[in-house]
Write a protein that binds this ligand. Structure first.
Ligand code: TXA
Ligand code: MG
Length: 328
């Protein structure tokens, strides 16, 4: 057990960006906002910093990390782009899309960060604070979501502190993250494959590629080198049990609602939060993890979750809800 760190929290101004860069350069761990969720950053080329990052999150080292870079030119120093990858980067970067690509020959990212695979996950975030840090640092930054492994992803600095205070050096507070679910992950190794639904909806990607994304077969996910090793069935685990597609609230349950018409028996719910009273999926994604945390922290034994339409970013919302509800 290592001694707890004195975690500093700074508002995202110029001094905070400079402190973040000093910290990364010294091999430290910096949590910062991206447009999707808060990331926990470390210098991707520093194997010891990457090892500290795995330890801070209690993350299994077979689960590789996403390298964040400031732009496409920087991404090309890490990975090789085929024609599909070029189209997607051109259309969606900077933004909430991660590409899994063959590692470039002289890729400087530490082996530990890619879990020994010959592919690498790369992303160019569009959040102003993330961009400022990446630009000022000048190199790739690995950044998993800034939560303990298996917990809900953080969309505020307070969420980061609840999980990681004493385990990271610095938290740069840039307010709530706008998208609220993690980036979409697409592998461009052969046929483009959707590894994780996320901030960019599937149909936007398919329109750009002008063909459907293939799904990694479930069999592939159980191999030693799974396609997206982090996509375990149980993830995002709140303490409360989740009951999905509920149209009625049972006694003792809280309600995670969606839309203007509430589930039957809402009056007996222990607590009620609505992902989007007007039924807007973008708003629902932005509220998802914060509402789940709030209902969980309020101590309900179970949370009934109303049906969320499986269109656009709804696919990512339903993916996270399914994992949060999975038996563990
Ligand atoms: O929105 C996001 O992507 C956030 C923010 C902070 O950028 N980051 C994030 O990282 O969600 P993380 O570590 O929580 O999820 C990364 C996922 C994991 O499921 C991991 O297994 C997968 O990316 N991954 C990383 N490298 C991979 C590779 N070479 N092949 C397949 N999957 C990979
Ligand atoms: Mg995560």
């Amino acid at each position: 057990m290592t001694a707890p760190l004195a975690t500093r929290v700074l508002n995202a101004d110029a001094a905070a960006i400079a402190a973040a860069v000093r910290c990364l350069t010294a091999g430290g761990l910096v949590a910062f906002p991206t447009e999707t969720v808060y990331g926990l950053g470390a210098d991707a080329t520093d194997g010891e910093a990457v090892a500290r990052l795995y330890q801070a999150k209690s993350r299994p080292t077979f689960n590789p990390l996403i390298a964040h870079v400031v732009d496409l030119a920087a991404a090309r120093t890490l990975a090789r782009f085929n024609a599909d990858a070029e189209k997607l980067a051109d259309k969606f970067w900077p933004g909430p899309l991660t590409l899994v690509l063959p590692k470039a020959q002289d890729c400087p990212v530490a082996e530990l960060a890619t879990a020994g695979l010959d592919s690498i996950a790369v992303r160019v975030p569009c959040h102003k604070v993330a961009q400022q840090i990446l630009k000022a640092f000048g190199g790739p930054v690995v950044a998993p979501s800034a939560n303990r492994s298996g917990h809900l992803s953080p969309t505020t600095a307070a969420h980061v502190l609840a999980d990681l205070r004493g385990r990271v050096d610095l938290v740069v507070d840039g307010g709530a993250t706008p998208v609220g679910v993690e980036s979409t992950i697409v592998a461009c190794l052969d046929e483009p494959a959707l590894l994780r639904p996320g901030g960019v909806p599937r149909d936007a990607i398919e329109r750009t590629l002008d063909r459907p994304l293939v799904s990694p077969r479930p069999a592939a996910a159980s191999h030693d080198a799974p396609l997206a090793p982090g996509m375990l069935a149980s993830h995002y685990a709140p303490r409360a049990k989740l009951r999905l597609d509920a149209n009625e609230v049972e006694s003792g349950e809280s309600l995670l609602a969606f839309g203007p018409v509430l589930a039957a028996g809402t009056e007996r719910a222990v607590g009620v939060l609505n992902l989007s009273p007007r039924g807007d999926l973008i708003e629902a994604a932005a509220n998802l993890f914060a509402h789940l945390r709030a209902l969980d922290d309020a101590g309900a034994k179970a949370i009934a979750v109303m049906l969320v339409p499986h269109e656009g970013i709804g696919e990512a919302i339903n993916d996270r809800l399914k994992r949060a509800a999975a038996p563990r």
